[in-house]
Write a protein that binds this ligand. Sequence first.
Ligand code: SF4
Length: 356
Amino acid sequence: MQIKRISILNEFECTGAQCPASCCRGWKVPIERDMYLKYLTEKGLFGTLLRCSIEKKEDLVAFRSTFHGCPFWGIDHLCGIQKKHGTDYMPAVCIQFPRQLYNLDFFCEETLYLACPEAARLFLVSAAGEKAFDFTVCEGSAGYEVNTTNDDRAFLDYLLYAREELAALVRDGMRFDSMAILDYGRDAQNACLGGKPLPSPRTYQSPDCYVIGIERMNKLFFNGFYHPSLRTLSPFLYRLCQKYIRRFGMFGRRNPACADQKLHDLTENLKQKVPHLDNLLNRYYEYYLFTSFLDIFEDYSFSKHLVFGVAKTAMLRLFLALYAEHKKQIGIHEIAKIIAVYERRAPQIEDALKML
Ligand code: SF4
């Protein structure tokens, strides 16, 4: 099996107790069946603790969320299960995080979730240094399950080619929200449905952008992203959300034109604090292509995945702007933390995409 590993994964090292947003903050930690059965038979006080910390809801077995996240995350900022029994005794998702392992049967791709602050920092260093997100290739056995039911190799090869083209266009300066990208997605999807030849992204150009103004942002925010439970799940993100609600919630509904202007001013203010913001956002979208574009192999939804990346990038810009509003400057570690906490919640906006 050919295993392709993205450049920043080779440089990754967990920062452990120094981490500003440990792995288990901001979401539920699911426990796979084999490990759950092991936990049920663990003896002694630790076994009792394990069993008291597990909750079962419908098909999901997970650790209960406490005010500070996973119940086994200690005051020393380390994992209690790992300290007592080692890494192999942790749920699979904890062992794997922040690696995203994608087995396409013909080959595997391994990337990093930017939901980890150290992964986000490595991403930012590469983005600022104009370094490409190359894949190194090695031979090995995957050791993880196949993630697809599709066996159309020709289509997968086309997706690899289209992804390279799109990434190169964005790296060469095409804006992440250019209509050229979405026009390409629409035509590629129609070509798939009609059994016609698939287009090349390079043949698309447009002076227009897909603008996510306040009305679209409110749809994304209130119909997918925001939930009051963020208050305990992710207090840092919750504070930024509250800031957004105060600034744009009701106001955005009553006077969208004025709210759009305010949003524009907030973004302009961010540009003063984050040099090369446009480049950063483009690189963020480019990285999104490397981690998510091949999902089209499973559902053939070009438009959905390309719009999701645009919405995700625009919303990151919003959170950076809210954070930076009254700061003189924001540094790489602060941006990395914002990206990490945001990434943990961002998948929820997929539900709201159909409202755009
Ligand atoms: S989020 Fe990343 S750096 Fe932080 S503890 Fe987890 S793997 Fe380590």
